[in-house]
Write a protein that binds this ligand. Structure first.
Ligand code: UDP
Ligand code: MG
Length: 320
């Protein structure tokens, strides 16, 4: 009877999550079994854990969970830490290879409301290919994270990538979405932009964010900045166009300035004036040029990473 039902895989990226992983997995297993009992998904649905090169006992915990719960718990381990996006992609593609009709990705700290998974499944059964979890608020985030995230989503929208604010990587993806993902080989894939861009039927489900119960956030200022820059450069070339527009405006401005300088020299004979203007302009345009070079450098870096076409990640082992 379960053959006709959808097979769900729950994907969890884990990096140094020894403090909370057992508790999280068992909670999610209960949620999974609850949805199976209601007859909404098939009995062979499972959890797939991706150990993103943890230095602690995360992998041993995954092995123990597999011994305790058998095929319900599957997992893979990277040879080193590749970052949350790569771990998520590996989870999505790994579970697709094992076999499933849809995947829900959720963080190992269970900050996202696991009870929303059933609503995700209901939306999937109503025909959605992507069900995106939207945070009700950012109460659990630090002041810095809250406002940088807000700026990031605003900027992405201005740059033409209309990702809803407070979007998260807590989402359901159908087999159709996974098949499209498998065709995207780019190294720096930013999943929130990707799932938005492919244009499949999407539903939104709002959920409450809980504070992290144990362990600490695995993101710092640098990894968040890198994620944001990657998100922008992977999905928008508008910054490059803004640079070009700045160049044109500067050129026009410099024509006006030249007219003024010529007038000072030949009409008013006051050439020695304007020293301050000169210094300010030099400093301003010096800064602007370096900033523009930095933006171009970001794209160049993106191209550099892509042309090498190295594997996104290397798996050390997998338990099925
Ligand atoms: N994570 C990962 N690799 C990393 C950093 C984080 O797989 O390099 C995982 C982490 O274990 C968690 C999820 O990504 O399951 C989100 O991380 P975290 O909860 O630390 O982020 P925050 O909630 O603070 O944004
Ligand atoms: Mg978290």
């Amino acid at each position: 009877m379960s053959e006709n039902k959808s097979r769900l895989a729950i994907v969890i990226p884990c990096f140094n999550e020894e403090l909370i992983l057992k508790q999280t997995t068992e909670t999610l297993l209960n949620v999974l079994n609850g949805i199976i009992d209601k007859g909404k998904i098939s009995a062979d649905s499972y959890i797939y854990l991706v150990d993103d090169g943890s230095k602690d006992s995360t992998w041993e915990i995954i092995e123990n969970l597999h011994s305790a719960y058998g095929e319900k718990i599957k997992g893979t381990k990277f040879i080193r830490n590749y970052g949350n996006q790569k771990a998520l992609i590996a989870g999505l593609l790994g579970a697709r290879n094992i076999g499933c009709d849809c995947i829900v990705s959720i963080d190992a700290d269970l900050q996202q409301d696991e009870n929303a998974i059933e609503t995700f499944i209901d939306e999937f059964h109503k025909g959605a290919d992507i069900v995106s979890g939207i945070r009700n608020d950012r109460k659990t985030d630090s002041f810095f994270k809250k406002y940088t995230a807000l700026c990031f989503y605003k900027l992405m929208n201005i740059l033409g990538v209309k990702i809803p604010p407070n979007h998260s990587d807590f989402r359901l993806v159908s087999k159709r979405g996974l098949d499209i993902l498998a065709q995207y080989n780019e190294e720096g894939l930013f999943l929130r932009g990707f799932f938005h861009e492919i244009g499949l039927k999407t539903s939104y489900v709002h959920f409450d964010v809980k504070p992290r119960a144990l362990g600490c956030s695995k993101f710092n200022f640098f990894s968040l900045t890198s994620l944001a820059l990657n998100g922008i450069t992977a999905f928008s070339i508008v910054p490059l166009r803004i640079i070009a527009a700045c160049g044109v405006i500067t050129m026009l401005g410099s024509v006006l300035l030249a007219l003024e300088v010529l007038a000072e020299k030949y009409i008013f004979h006051t050439t020695p004036g304007g020293w301050a203007t000169l210094v300010i302009l030099m400093a301003f345009f010096g800064g602007l040029q370096i900033f523009c070079l930095g933006i171009i450098g970001e794209y160049l870096g993106q191209i550099f990473n892509e042309v090498k076409a190295r594997p996104r990640y290397i798996k050390e082992t997998e338990i099925l």
